[in-house]
Write a protein that binds this ligand. Structure first.
Ligand SMILES: Nc1ncnc2c1ncn2[C@@H]1O[C@H](COP(=O)(O)OP(=O)(O)OP(=O)(O)O)[C@@H](O)[C@H]1O
Ligand SMILES: [Mg+2]
Length: 232
């Protein structure tokens, strides 16, 4: 389905008619959606349909490279993503990638979790409190002093989630983050996302997993190259 606009629900994200192409290849055209506080948008689609590309667009991480063309509007709380400072962007939206190795680069878990808020010049005491909170929410207090490179894949994924939570973003984008973890951690991650949404946030959740998509309050299926103009 095409995610539809709903007025009066605390719209956090509004996407208006965005089109993305790599060179001559259109990935999606005229895609519109909105996301309100408390909502979880589940995104599914075949490999190569553009799910990760959409996540990157929504995070402001795409659109400036050679051959990449992104048009349309992406607004967080009414403000265009393109006009936001890096700090504003980081507090509007946080993204967790499928492969945590592309996200983690600090030697220890604590340093990893402190990195983002330190760059936002958050006071030291507040950073410490955010780290404790994120470790607790992700059930990884025992990893606080662990060396990042020694963690298992599932542990790295939870640390990657925690590192985004310490930024206190309003919207969390999760790109296939349960794909590499065991059943217990999949359930834990679903609970983290549900709790994030029900505590004033909103979530974009990309997954092929039906149990993940069951936590979504609405879904969007992407088809490579599709023009969504007639559905807006
Ligand atoms: N920077 C880029 N330049 C050119 N082509 C790209 C670029 N990034 C992605 N693509 C291509 O765009 C298409 C969509 O890729 P994307 O990663 O968004 O798909 P996806 O739906 O996330 O797939 P998967 O389920 O495998 O993760 C793919 O064919 C990919 O090769
Ligand atoms: Mg992908």
């Amino acid at each position: 389905m095409q995610a539809s606009d709903r007025g009066g629900c605390g719209v956090k994200l509004r996407v208006k008619q965005i089109s993305l192409s790599y060179g001559d290849t259109a990935i999606f055209q005229n895609l519109s959606l909105s996301l309100c506080e408390g909502e979880i948008l589940g995104i599914k689609g075949d490999n190569g349909s553009g799910k990760s590309s959409l996540c990157l667009c929504l995070s402001g991480l795409i659109g400036e490279e050679d051959g990449v063309r992104l048009c349309g509007e992406i607004l967080y709380d009414g403000k265009p993503l393109q006009k936001m400072s890096i700090a504003e962007r980081c507090t509007a939206v946080g993204i967790v990638f499928q492969n945590p190795d592309s996200q983690l680069f600090s030697p220890t878990v604590t340093e990893e979790l402190a990195f983002g808020p330190e760059n936002l010049c958050i006071p030291r005491q507040e950073i410490a409190a955010r780290i404790e909170e994120a470790l607790r929410l992700c059930g990884i207090e025992h990893l606080k002093n662990a060396k990042t490179h020694l963690l298992s894949g599932g542990e790295k994924q939870l640390v990657a989630i925690a590192s985004v939570l310490t930024m206190h973003p309003k919207i969390l984008i999760a790109d296939e983050i349960t794909a590499r973890v065991d059943i217990e951690k999949k359930e834990r991650i679903r609970n983290i996302l549900k709790s994030f949404a029900s505590n004033g946030g909103a979530v974009v959740l990309v997954s092929h997993n039906s149990r993940d998509l069951a936590v979504a309050t609405k879904t969007l299926e992407l088809e490579r190259g599709k023009d969504y103009a007639d559905r807006t």
